[in-house]
Design a protein around this ligand. Structure first.
Ligand SMILES: Nc1ncnc2c1ncn2[C@@H]1O[C@H](COP(=O)(O)OP(=O)(O)O)[C@@H](O)[C@H]1O
Ligand SMILES: [Mg+2]
Length: 281
């Protein structure tokens, strides 16, 4: 484990300064949509090369965390630091540049169906390539080579010129992973990446994500619904309920029942001194 922060309690909550190996630091994040308090003082960190799974029932606020981190939604309060970019206060060109460092993977793959797998992977370079090249679809040769190499890494070189919408769900999610690799992001946000996949494709996808996280030193924050998959793949599990972190630690620290309880009584709000809050957090 290469976490540089010893325990959350050792870090001043007021400090936005991430330790050098942190690719994501969130402090005291709150987000209110009209009357709904989607996030209520949430703090979490993801280190380079660390695979963090976000667990929690529907409505807990997982997608809102992702939207705040990417700057799609402005938080009501709190600090978000992505590889030294203060995401909570960026806009315009600075936000566009910062977004290069954040790769995104969604439940619904988000590929352009009529384009080839290769062109979808090249889209990972959009944040880097001049607009005229994009308009003419003339990516530099080095980008095309990198995109092909990344399709090879996810086992889809043979399908490079196939339309994305002709691929299986598992293959499409691997194209999305190759796109993130081509983007060379520091942080990967995956919002329920395996919810639309059968168990075998889900396993292949998570194994691949974890392998790339290790090999490339990418920090991964991945929301999942399946407690078992979280226990199998996570370096750390962050459990959320009602916009708050209620547990945070390595999978071994929590029993399956404890993790399953995140989903039970989902409508009762955990109290501040809930026994599931690990000491030190
Ligand atoms: N754009 C929005 N407007 C109003 N309420 C929203 C919006 N997006 C999410 N919410 C609410 O915020 C809470 C958290 O939602 P979300 O982040 O999507 O949770 P999760 O991804 O864990 O299911 C829910 O109560 C949801 O209804
Ligand atoms: Mg969601």
């Amino acid at each position: 484990m290469n976490r540089a922060l010893p325990e959350a309690s050792a870090v001043s909550p007021a400090s936005a300064q991430a330790a050098p190996s942190m690719v994501l630091s969130i402090r005291d994040l709150s987000k209110r949509y009209n009357t709904t308090e989607a996030l209520r003082g949430l703090s979490l960190d993801v280190a380079a090369g660390e695979f963090v799974v976000l667990l929690g029932p529907s409505g807990a606020g997982k997608s809102t965390v992702f939207r705040c981190v990417t700057g799609l939604t402005r938080p009501s309060s709190g600090l978000i630091d992505v590889h030294d970019h203060p995401m909570h206060q960026l806009s315009g060109q600075a936000l566009r540049l910062a977004r290069r460092d954040i790769g995104l993977i969604f439940q619904q793959f988000n590929l352009v169906g009529r384009l080839s797998a290769l062109d979808n992977v090249l889209a990972g370079r959009l944040g880097y390539v001049a607009a005229w090249r994009v308009a003419l679809r003339r990516f530099p040769r080095s980008d095309r080579q990198a995109a092909l190499a990344n399709l090879d890494r996810v086992g889809l070189l043979q399908q490079a010129y196939q339309r994305a919408d002709s691929l299986s769900g598992g293959q499409q999610q691997r194209v999305a992973i190759a796109r993130v690799l081509t983007q060379q992001s520091k942080l990967l946000l995956a919002d329920e990446p395996v919810s639309s996949l059968d168990p075998e494709a889900a396993n292949i996808t998570l194994r691949l994500l974890r392998q790339l996280c290790r090999e490339q030193g990418i920090g991964v924050l991945c929301s999942l619904h399946q407690v078992e998959l979280a226990r199998q793949f996570a370096d750390r599990i962050v459990g959320m309920r009602a916009g708050k972190v209620v547990l945070d630690g390595p999978p071994k620290r929590f029993s399956p029942n404890e993790l399953g309880a995140l989903y039970h009584d989902a409508h009762s709000t955990p109290s501040a001194d809930s026994p599931r809050i690990p000491s030190g957090n």
